[in-house]
Design a protein around this ligand. Structure first.
Ligand code: GLN
Length: 462
C-alpha cells in the first residue's frame, strides 16, 4: 500500500481519526452536497477481509446497489427505495477489503452532464461552488476532489465519469464495455453503459479497476479481461476537434501534447470524420433504450405510488407524472418517438448503422497508434444554470466522450492543467481490454503534473 492508501485505511479503524474525518466531511458537505446518504459507521467494527484495498473507504453513485443503503437514482420515483442486494462490482471491492461510506448524488437516472438534473439535491464543484461538478456522476467526482474519499464509483453511459472527473480535477475511468459486471447498476441505456471509477491518482484507479472487473454469472454481457500487455509508444492525437474548444481547454490540450512529446512518445495526428454524427447517434440509441428500461417504473411493484388512483392506468400515469423529472420525461418521449412502429428504419436502425461507421472510423487508427487522445469536454466546469451551456448545448458537448461508449472501448480522463483556477482534463482511449495502456500514459503524465487538490482539501485528519 502507498502512504496515501495507508492514511485512508486508518480512517475507519481508529476512533479519533474517524471523528476528525466525520467533522471534515460534515464541513465540506455543507458546501458541496456530494452525498445523498453518508454513514461511515455502518461498517465500523466489522471484520474486513485481507485484500489490496483493506479498510479503504469509498463512495458509490446512487444508481448502483449497495445492500441496506438507499438506491434513489436521484429520482423522486425511487426516493424511498432501500436496496435489498449489492452490485457485483461493489461486492468485489468489499472482498478486496474496501468499505462503502455513502451514496453520491447524480443526474436523475444518469441523464445529464451537470448533476443539476438530480431531484434530490444540488452538488457544487469544490473548486468553485457556483459551478457544477459535471455529471452525471457529479457527487462522486466532488467527493473525491474534496478529499472525502480516495475513490468513488460512477457509471458512464456517454461520459458521466470522464466529464465530472475533468471538471473536478480527478481521474475517471470508463472501462471496456462488459469487463465490469453491471449487475446492480440501474439500467439507463444498456448497450452503452458501464460501471467505472473516479479517483485521486492513477495507482488507485488501476487497483480499483483490477479488483472490480471480471466475468459475472449475474450479467450475461460481462466478459473476462484479456489484455495484450503491449507498451505504449505512439499516441494518435485528434487535431480537428469538430467544434470550438474554449481557450482554456485549447491551452490545456496543447500543454498535454508538449508533455507527451517530452516524455518521448511518438505523436501522430488523427482525424475522425464521423465525430459529427456521434451525438445524434448516441441520443437516438440512448433514449430508445431508456424508454424501454424505464418502462418498469409503474408505481405498482415499487417506486413512487400516488396517494389515490381510480384504476391501474391512472395509477401508472400519476406515478410517472409525479415521480419523473422533466429531463427523464423528455428522454422517454424521444425514445418512444424513435422506436414507434414504422419509423424504426428512419431512426433507430439508422443510428445503429452510424454506430458501426463510427467504430470503423476509430478502429482504423489502432494499427498506427496504441492509444488515441482527444478532449473530454469543450469547456471547464460551467456555472449552474449557465445560458452558455443550456441542456441542448450540454448534449452537443458530449461528442468526445460518447464516442467511447458507442464503440465500447475503454477511456480515461486525466487531470491535465489548471486554467484560471479550474481543473481541465484530457481523454485517452484504447482498444478493448487495453486499460493498461491508459494507465501507462496516465502514470507518466502524473509525474509531470499532480492531480490538483481543491482549495481547502485536507490531507491529514489527525
Ligand atoms: N450526458 C450524457 C447523457 O446525458 C451522458 C450521461 C451518462 O454517461 N450517464 O446521456
Amino acid at each position: 500500500m502507498s502512504d496515501f492508501e495507508k492514511k485512508w485505511s486508518a480512517v475507519l479503524s481508529q476512533a479519533p481519526v474517524l471523528k476528525a474525518y466525520k467533522n471534515y466531511v460534515g464541513t465540506w458537505e455543507k458546501k458541496i452536497g456530494s452525498f445523498l446518504e453518508f454513514d461511515p459507521n455502518r461498517n465500523v467494527g466489522k471484520e474486513l477481509p485481507e485484500g489490496p484495498l483493506k479498510g479503504i473507504p469509498f463512495a458509490v453513485k446512487d444508481n448502483i446497489a449497495v445492500k441496506n443503503f438507499k438506491l434513489t437514482c436521484g429520482s423522486k420515483m425511487l426516493e424511498q427505495l432501500v436496496s435489498p442486494y449489492t452490485a457485483t462490482a461493489v461486492e468485489n471491492l468489499q472482498k478486496a477489503g474496501a468499505v462503502v461510506v455513502g451514496k453520491t448524488n447524480l443526474d436523475e437516472f444518469g441523464m445529464g452532464s451537470s448533476t443539476d438534473n438530480s431531484a434530490l439535491g444540488k452538488t457544487n464543484n469544490p473548486w468553485d461552488l457556483e459551478r457544477v461538478a459535471g455529471g452525471s456522476s457529479g457527487g462522486s467526482a466532488a467527493a473525491v476532489a474534496a478529499g472525502l474519499v480516495p475513490f468513488a464509483l460512477g457509471s458512464d453511459t456517454g461520459g458521466s465519469i470522464r466529464q465530472p472527473a475533468s471538471f473536478c480535477g480527478v481521474y475517471g475511468l470508463k472501462p471496456t464495455y462488459g469487463v465490469v459486471s453491471r449487475y446492480g447498476l440501474t439500467a439507463y441505456a444498456s448497450s452503452l453503459e458501464v460501471i467505472g471509477v473516479l479517483a485521486r491518482n492513477t495507482e488507485i484507479t488501476k487497483k480499483v479497476f483490477e479488483s472490480m472487473k471480471g466475468q459475472d454469472p449475474m450479467d450475461h454481457t460481462s466478459l473476462d479481461h484479456n489484455p495484450s500487455g503491449k507498451s505504449v509508444k505512439t499516441i494518435g492525437v485528434l487535431k480537428n476537434t469538430h467544434g470550438a474548444l474554449s481557450p482554456e481547454v485549447s491551452a490545456s490540450y496543447e500543454a498535454t501534447i508538449k508533455r507527451l512529446e517530452k516524455a518521448g512518445y511518438k505523436l501522430l495526428e488523427i482525424d475522425l470524420p464521423t465525430l459529427d454524427y456521434v451525438v445524434p447517434a448516441y441520443y437516438t440509441i440512448a433514449t430508445a433504450e431508456a424508454s424501454a428500461n424505464l418502462a418498469r417504473y409503474n408505481g405498482i411493484r415499487y417506486g413512487h405510488a400516488p396517494l389515490f388512483a381510480e384504476n391501474p392506468t391512472e395509477l401508472m400515469k400519476k406515478s410517472r407524472h409525479e415521480g419523473f423529472g422533466d429531463e427523464v420525461k423528455l428522454r422517454i418521449l424521444l425514445g418512444t418517438y424513435v422506436l414507434r412502429s414504422g419509423f424504426q428504419d428512419q431512426y433507430y436502425v439508422r443510428a445503429q448503422k452510424i454506430r458501426t461507421a463510427i467504430r470503423q472510423d476509430v478502429e482504423r487508427w489502432y494499427s498506427k497508434a496504441d492509444v488515441l487522445m482527444m478532449p473530454v469536454f469543450p469547456t471547464p466546469a460551467f456555472r449552474h444554470g449557465s445560458t452558455d451551456m443550456d441542456p441542448f448545448q450540454q448534449k452537443q458537448a458530449d461528442l468526445y466522450t460518447c464516442t467511447a461508449n458507442l464503440v465500447g472501448h475503454p477511456a480515461l480522463s486525466v487531470p491535465s492543467t489548471l486554467e484560471n483556477g479550474l481543473p481541465v482534463g484530457v481523454q485517452f482511449m484504447a482498444p478493448p481490454f487495453e486499460e493498461d495502456r491508459l494507465f501507462q500514459v496516465s502514470a507518466l503524465l502524473e509525474k509531470e503534473f499532480q492531480a490538483p487538490e481543491a482549495p481547502g482539501y485536507l490531507t491529514d485528519w489527525s
